[in-house]
Ligand binder design. Structure first.
Ligand code: 9YT
Length: 134
């Protein structure tokens, strides 16, 4: 069994901080679960362009609020605690947190992230090479 606590991840290589979000990787490919699980904080008042062409991502909001705007349709979905959204069509989108406070979400990726991916100019994570794990 794997037991991992957020406080043990902070300030390690599993703690990824960017200008608009910070992602703490609770589970990665090397953990062998077939998906990765992250606790992610979207910083208040920011927007991030995201297009996971190579991954499915499900996101569950536990704190704060914001919105997802689909590209190119412009359809907007409000996000608040208790809301889950799943990018089941590799949907390109803007992710925004309201200015009033950070938004905290738990997200899961299939295939799992290995942990070293960075968003490219399109907001995409490349697929990691098949070197062990699942
Ligand atoms: C919700 C979302 O997609 N945020 C961007 C970061 C990503 N979830 C990650 O790597 O944890």
């Amino acid at each position: 069994m794997i037991v991992r606590r957020l406080k043990d991840i902070l300030h390690t290589e599993r703690d990824i901080v960017t200008d608009t979000w910070a992602s703490r990787r609770l589970l990665l490919r090397e953990d062998g679960m077939g998906f990765s699980m992250h606790e992610t904080t979207i910083f208040a008042g920011t927007q991030t362009h995201i297009w996971y062409k190579n991954h499915f991502e499900a996101v569950y909001c536990v704190e704060g609020s914001g919105e997802v705007e689909l590209i190119p349709s412009g359809e907007i979905f409000r996000i608040e605690p208790g809301t889950m959204y799943a990018l089941n069509k590799n949907d390109q989108h803007w992710l925004r947190a309201d200015a009033g406070g950070d938004m905290r979400v738990v997200c899961s990726f299939n295939p799992p992230l290995v942990g070293t991916e960075v968003h490219d100019a399109d907001g995409v994570y490349a697929v990691a090479a098949e070197t062990g794990g699942q």
